[in-house]
Design a protein around this ligand. Structure first.
Ligand code: GLY
Length: 305
């Protein structure tokens, strides 16, 4: 049964008027992916759905990515097929669609992950034009939050940011992702600007195969939330293993989030999944996580938050 699910990030959306725009964004992305899926390719479906999310400045990926402590955009992305082919980029800048660069890493190199300057150089070699994903809204947000961080004294970085996230939960609206099954293969992909005010060079779970992104013959998974949590729990792979052990995509998503909550508390994590029966799964321990999905037989997408 062919199926696709996308997410636009887990967190809290404080400004309620943003919710319809976020839902419209995931709806458009899932329809973009669905068009490709109907042509038969889960790989194209995941790439195109994620590109639609990256190009929408309301989401924290591609255009609209959050800024590092020193005011730069450093993006992460990964894509993985159920035959275990995978490609990823970490701390990349100056490109419009990191997910497409990640796909090129998978298809054109023997490597899995390219980072920083090397990833940018590879993107140029592959013909990706220079592009600045910084938006005015993110610059304003960066100024406000950075001032707050600095006012409170010494930057012992992560603890303070964790505190700020509690105070401003809306800024943890991180990451976009898609998982699709075309009847033959499962593909999972994730893309993000990371966590706001992150340290230069910080890499989250998104491009870590098994951390924030994973696919094999049993299922695919894409995570969203605090990357350090997903990395420490190898959460995407753990969730897929739950399917191998007999759970469907929904039950596996619930078990994965239960694990994240048990070790790291609420407001940390969300996940979407598709298994090899075409079952959809999604779960979160945050207030919101925008999702949209389509399965064979559905006339219009389900959207939820
Ligand atoms: N989940 C996105 C990040 O932590 O970078």
């Amino acid at each position: 049964m062919v199926a696709i699910i996308v997410h636009g990030g887990a967190g809290t959306i404080k400004k309620e008027e943003r919710i319809p725009k976020v839902l419209q964004g995931v709806r458009e992305a899932v329809l973009t992916g669905w068009k490709e899926l109907r042509r038969g390719s889960a790989l194209d479906a995941v790439e195109e759905a994620i590109k639609a999310l990256e190009d929408n400045p309301i989401f924290n990926a591609g255009t609209g990515s959050v800024l590092t402590i020193d005011g730069k955009v450093e993006m992460d992305a990964a894509i993985m097929r159920s035959n275990l082919n995978a490609g990823a980029v970490a701390s990349i800048w100056g490109v419009k669609n990191p997910i497409s660069v990640a796909r090129k890493v998978m298809e054109k190199t023997d490597h899995v992950l390219l980072a920083g300057e090397g990833a940018v150089r590879f993107a140029r070699l592959m013909g990706f034009d220079e592009y600045d994903p910084t938006t005015e809204e993110r610059v304003e947000q960066w100024k406000e939050l950075r001032e707050k961080l600095l006012k409170e004294g010494n930057i012992t970085h992560w603890k303070k940011i964790s505190k700020l996230i509690k105070e401003y939960p809306e800024v943890l609206r991180s990451t976009v992702g898609a998982v699709a099954f075309d009847g033959e293969e499962i593909v999972a992909g994730t893309s993000t600007g990371g966590v706001f005010l992150k340290m230069f060079g910080r890499v989250g779970d998104t491009p870590i195969i098994g951390g924030g992104t994973y696919a094999n013959e049993f299922a695919g998974a894409s995570c969203t939330g605090l990357g350090e949590v997903a990395i420490k729990l190898a959460l995407a792979k753990t969730a897929v293993d739950f399917v191998r052990l007999g759970l469907n995509a929904q039950k596996a998503s619930e078990a994965a989030i239960e694990l994240a909550t048990k070790y790291f508390g609420n407001d940390t994590m969300g996940i979407i999944m598709v298994d090899r029966e075409g079952n959809i799964g999604f779960e979160k321990n945050t207030k919101h996580m925008s999702v949209a999905y389509m399965k064979k037989g559905m006339k219009k997408p389900f959207t939820g938050i």
